[in-house]
Design a binder for this molecule. Structure first.
Ligand SMILES: [Zn+2]
Ligand SMILES: [Zn+2]
Length: 297
């Protein structure tokens, strides 16, 4: 037990130092300044090359989404995730230890060239995310959490990181075991992380970009706008275009849907009017919502 408490303490201390360092010492290998730079860069594109010209530069929920961005990217990790995940990994390893298992590596790719290792890890992680995203739409209890992301009414770069913190836990947990089964020789996924953040920002931005024939591989703002559309096609009632960074999976599994450009397509979900409007209400809502349903039964 003491061991776990020590892990929690070390995690907070380590992450706090890390965050302070990130904020005050800009460098090329720094998440904080990259996030800031990417956000300003994509916002400038929205300002000078807007797709929806009627949309304000400070669109609806601009500041709320900006807060979500900072919260989900940094603060949530500081407050809870880092400590929870370190303890979970230790518990998991101890659990395996009970059966004499020291690691669960099933495939070794350490000897592969670095780029091939990056590519494989990225493909696996993105495919898992695509599946988790489908579940967020399919399973009613999970949809309550995912509604936060779909409560965006006007799309802009910061909407990318407007989501309930529970999503971080769900996505990371689903990825952990499959990725732990691969023995890779990479220590740092910085490049992949920055690349996926850039694509995610662009997917939500008020810019008309489709990347030509690459649209069958990369998700893009036109395709992702339809993921947020209020009206869904009859044959796909749960949702369309589930892609995170890659659009490939949607084309492969026939969940792609782009009927036309649709820049002014109404966004959200049915019953949006009753959805809470502030950060605190939105992140607590799924828990209380469940309770009030149970009480009503
Ligand atoms: Zn979604
Ligand atoms: Zn989105």
């Amino acid at each position: 037990m003491e061991k776990y408490i020590k892990i929690i303490g070390d995690s907070y201390y380590g992450y706090f130092n890390y965050l302070v360092n990130e904020m005050f010492y800009p460098s090329l290998h720094n998440y904080f300044w990259w996030l800031l730079g990417l956000s300003v860069g994509v916002w400038l594109l929205e300002i000078f090359l807007p797709w929806r010209e009627k949309q304000a530069i400070f669109r609806k929920d601009f500041w709320l989404d900006g807060f979500y961005m900072f919260f989900n990217y940094f603060l949530f990790s500081l407050i809870a995730y880092n400590a929870i995940s370190n303890v979970a990994v230790e518990l998991f390893n101890d659990f395996l230890g009970l059966f004499g298992v020291e690691n669960i590596v099933a495939i070794q790719i350490e000897s592969w060239p670095r780029w091939a290792q990056f590519l494989l890890m990225f493909l696996i992680a993105d495919f898992i995310q695509w599946n988790v995203h489908r579940l967020l739409h399919r399973v009613p209890a999970l949809w309550e959490f995912h509604k936060v992301h779909h409560s965006v009414e006007e799309m802009g770069f910061a909407a990318h990181l407007r989501f309930h913190w529970m999503e971080t836990i769900l996505y990371k947990s689903a990825q952990y075991i499959p990725l732990a089964m691969i023995g890779y020789g990479l220590e740092d996924f910085f490049i992949v992380h920055i690349f996926t953040t850039a694509i995610g920002h662009l997917n939500h931005a008020n810019i008309k970009l489709t990347y030509g024939p690459l649209k069958y591989i990369l998700n893009n703002p036109v395709m992702h706008l339809w993921h947020h559309a209020k009206a869904l096609p009859k044959n796909m009632p749960y949702g369309v275009n589930y892609g995170i960074t890659l659009s490939l999976w949607d084309y492969l599994f026939k969940t792609d849907y782009i009927p036309h450009e649709g820049e002014y397509e109404p966004l959200g979900f049915d019953g949006m009017e009753e959805f809470p409007k502030t950060f605190w209400q939105q992140v607590t809502y799924p828990f209380f919502k469940k309770k009030s349903n149970e009480a009503a039964e």
